[in-house]
Design a protein around this ligand. Sequence first.
Ligand code: ATP
Ligand code: MG
Length: 727
Amino acid sequence: MQHLVDVTPILENLNDAQREAVTAPAEPTLVIAGAGSGKTRVLVHRAAWLIDVEGLSPQSLLAVTFTNKAAAEMRGRIESLLDMPVAHLWIGTFHGLAHRLLRRHWREANLPQNFQIIDSDDQLRLIKRLLKNLEIDDSRWVPREIQYFINGQKDEGLRPQHLDDDGDPNRRQMIALYQAYEEVCQRGGLVDFAELLLRAHELWRDNAELLEHYRRRFTHLLVDEFQDTNSIQYAWLRLLAGDTGIPFVVGDDDQSIYRWRGARVEHIYRFQKDFPSARVVKLEQNYRSTATILNAANAVIANNNARMGKNLWTEGSDGESIKVYAAYNERDEADFIIARLRDWIDQGNLRADSAVLYRSNAQSRVLEEGLINAGIPYRVYGGLRFFERAEIKDALAYLRLISHRDDDSSFERIVNKPTRGIGARTIDIMRSYARANSCTLWRAAGAVASDELAGRAANAVHAFMQLIERMAQDVAGLDLQEQVDHVIHASGLIDFFKKDKGEKGETRVENLLELVSAARSFEPDPASEMSPLDEFLSHAALEAGEGQADAWEDCVQLMTMHSAKGLEFPLVFLAGMEDGLFPHQRSIADPNGLEEERRLCYVGITRAMQTLYVTYAEQRRLHGMDNFSQPSRFIAEIPDEHIEEVRPRVQVSRPMHTPRRSSAGRAASAPGNELGVRLGQRVRHGKFGDGVILNCEGQGAHARVEVNFETAGTKWLVLSYANLDLM
Ligand code: ATP
Ligand code: MG
């Protein structure tokens, strides 16, 4: 094989195990390896190898990645290895690939040609409307639970007719709602995310010829992040592979973090059963992180029982210690992080090489606020999604209704936005009509405006319908960007938000204008049979959540630990490392839940290449509530030798009035300072046990503190008598 190194760059910079995987013969292969060991790299090189050395056409490869961004990156890397474009290579997420198939074969999939994708918000709204129509009490039948039920069944490949109520009336009702929901979607040509996968699976399952066609075409199936495939995704792959397809999958059982969304790490075992001849390759050398970071990650994950077990090592240097910062509260935490980011940028580093990771989406708000005040550009990756902002969804709803009058969710969203005198009662009348006549709201509106409604309401509905018809005529023949521009103005949305004088209204107007820019930079597929507008709308639905419009700017990356999977950054902060927040409260009592949280922590730590900060706040206001927490148990699982505490904890024996200095160079200004104790400080009392200081008052011998004890409740104690141990 050595001579090949000379003729192809494909084998350069690969170690022996990686080469074994890349050049493996055409047989099922499972690469199972820890974080940063080059799994994604192997997948990219494998694709290039198959095309360049094995002489396969790019058409015969199907590559599955976890995000659209990863798909774009993978394509770019393959192209640069091959030094040529690979336009006909199918790379995408499971959802993206399923969508592509359904667009091509909408007839066989029993969908209208211009079917619309609905995201999870649209889906929830649809369910709420359905309950209302059926006059079902939504406090007893909670829409979110119904949504969870429906998606869960679809992820398992189950339609209502496959489900048995087992004599349980609750379950019977859920199944009936699933059935009713399906009918509404089918009538309106609406496809939710779970439906994309299920429909694509059924498409192949029920069309032998089509399946045969794709089996002949896609002989090699490459899958990244295999540990997080759900049942329907696995079934889809399995079906495509048949007896002849050659799957090449890479994954890490320690990074399985989507069980709550239906992912099943067991697919790794299932794969070995389904493909008994599968070659298993392990990669053990990590190329990403310093030895310190890697050892910390290994030590944390070693606390999990359910593991395949592997040994990750690096040739790299020890690097810096992991810095742990105990913040007084969430603002102090944000200030600390921002000060460190400032240093990083001032030293000439790229902002995009730094990332702040957190467990819960809501944590981003304070960080964002701080970054805005500091004038540091940032991007919320997968969070505050451009296409999910309310005003953007309003504009998209107009565009959808223009291209697809039968889209009930869009109709409802904008029929009275901006307000045009179509009240809840009028909408109810339209709904009942639509229900009684099994028609769409658009048709119902026309009918009731002519027959049932009184003068003013009828006029308002007629005016709305005329507006939509007129806009449809006006945009015909315009290019996409002009269409969007026309609609945001003619709909009255821009004027509506301009009237909202605050910062919010201004941002909304800016966002709407940004939608025009998004349309401008959108490149429709010339081979597509869809109109550019329909393509743009599908794109908006699929892309929601993956990067904002200003993705090209150099900016600090903010994201949840979940979204960070597969990525790497020289500088990483893990913020909010508190028990209750991370591990999440609802997982603490459940061993499986706790293990999944620990895998998430492993993912978080292993994103860092050089420098890792771990921060926690002793007091945090989140979702409008104040919490006092212990540092995350995961911090304690990192061996001390890898840790450097940035701010020494305060001792009660320190002289009073000595201002404590945090590493950020500020005097800590928490109340209770002069007493030598802090709010949020953990203490132990001989009789009452462990607790947290909630409040302090008074001076000298009169100084008192209010302590919330874990078992004894809240008590005021005089400091000079209480004999509190600070922890
Ligand atoms: P994760 O589990 O986080 O998805 P991974 O196993 O997919 O990680 P990669 O992202 O492919 O790992 O690789 C991690 C880093 O190591 C990348 O920067 C990659 O370029 C680098 N790398 C991988 N293999 C080698 C190698 N043989 N020589 C030099 N660098 C390598
Ligand atoms: Mg990877």
